[in-house]
Design a protein. Structure first.
Ligand SMILES: CNC(=O)c1cccc(C)c1Nc1nc(N2CCN(c3ccccc3Cl)CC2)nc(N2CSC[C@H]2C(=O)NC)n1
Length: 183
């Protein structure tokens, strides 16, 4: 199983690389890696595993964060309605997006960034993500809210972009006009 020892930290050059497309059908090795990433995110939301293995909680993880420069992301979250959203995708991309922007009112955290970096991270409010699931089936997801934010954060990692790159340097808590704050 993956632990924090497998997660590279800000300053590691791999976090600034552009990850390569996964050749489909995916190899057993790539399927194994993607499954282990989803397992990490799920484990990181389980109190006793966090305690036992010293995990940092997360909703998403991208392959470059475990020093694998391939286009793979894993996301797992239970929303306020108690609905579970679990995705492990190869070659995800933002196929289209809203003009409207949104941001987390508490700012963003990242498993590869040990310190808290204050500021709002403006992102698209709604995105359509296309990719391939772990069985190789094409998926098309229309996302909004926290899920939309997390997918954009993880897809940024595949392009060597860190969340703080989006924070306004002059005024970290400024946001675009009409941007939606997500609690
Ligand atoms: C600087 N302020 C902050 O970090 C911040 C501060 C307050 C609130 C938020 C909402 C903040 N922001 C933020 N909090 C998270 N978590 C909240 C706690 N949670 C979690 C924790 C325990 C069990 C289960 C779970 Cl679910 C895990 C995830 N996650 C992200 N991000 C940014 S998009 C990718 C995603 C990610 O997985 N990061 C590791 N941002």
């Amino acid at each position: 199983m993956l632990t924090m020892d497998d997660i590279i930290r800000d300053g590691h050059p791999s976090l600034r690389e552009v990850a390569k497309e996964v050749q489909l059908p995916a190899s057993d090795e790539d399927i194994e890696i993607l499954a282990s990433m989803l397992e990490y995110v799920k484990n990181s939301q389980n109190a006793e595993k966090v305690k036992k293995y010293g995990l940092r909680p997360g909703i998403g993880l991208a392959a470059p964060q475990i020093n694998v420069l391939k286009r793979m992301i894993a996301i797992h979250l239970n929303d306020e309605k108690g609905e579970t959203h679990s995705y492990a995708l190869f070659n995800p991309k933002v196929a289209s997006h809203s003009v409207e922007k949104a941001y987390l009112t508490s700012g963003e955290g990242c498993l590869s960034v040990d310190e808290s970096i204050p500021g709002f991270v403006p992102r698209y409010a709604r995105v359509t993500v296309k990719g391939f699931d772990i069985e190789g089936k094409e998926v098309k997801l229309r996302l909004k809210g926290l899920l939309s934010i997390v997918f954009q954060h993880e897809i940024d990692h595949l392009n060597g972009i860190m969340f703080y790159d989006h924070i306004n340097k002059k005024d970290p808590f400024s946001v675009p006009e009409n941007a939606i704050g997500i609690e």
